[in-house]
Design a protein around this ligand. Sequence first.
Ligand SMILES: [Zn+2]
Length: 237
Amino acid sequence: MNVNLNIKAEDKCYWCGMKSVGFEHVPPQNLFPKGHRNELIKVTACKKHNQDLSKVDERMRINLIMLSHTSKVARKLFNEKIIKGIQREESKGLGIDIANNIYEKPEGGGYIRVNFEHSDTYFEKIIRGLYFRIYGNQFSGTTHHFWNHSNDLSLSANAHFYYLELEKKYSDEWIVGNCKNKQVFDFKYFYCNDEKQFFVIMNFYENHKVIGISIPKGKNIEDYGVDIEKYLNVKLE
Ligand SMILES: [Zn+2]
């Protein structure tokens, strides 16, 4: 039996580096209505990381489409796909679930209560996929994200602050992702050599901003808290 030990980059899994068996879209294809599927981003994936996440993808799609009031593309998808799906008798539970977990402000925008397992899996896949697409290999360690329409109460105030400052802190460094369907998805990124960290700022339907980061092995998100008092002192000086 011949075992090929020299797996080429194009045969590697975007997540773990094992031999790929197929392609994955990052972000998932179901976010893009017809007419907005120009050059979608695809990565190669192994059997384990090519698994069917269609339930998570569908729930997250609904979350992202809701609260995208100003997006014509999101409205179109909502009217064409989501409404019909929810109205089906067998989807009754899903409709009630959405009503219970999405808070829409009368003036637009709002908050979504999410299943963190779902959103973590969903965004980890996209962060890893984009990294692989840009650099052609995987990063070790974990990922974390910050989503402007989901209030993550497990984060300390310092970690919140870290995220809120990131875009400004690296304002000269961001590289635009050159997406072809910006009304649906766009991103900018950069890799910080000092911190050994990948940063990506994603935008869904021009309404949801999600900041994704890679966290090197042995660290966790709370290690990145900014010393708020120190920061404020510097600003006041
Ligand atoms: Zn894999």
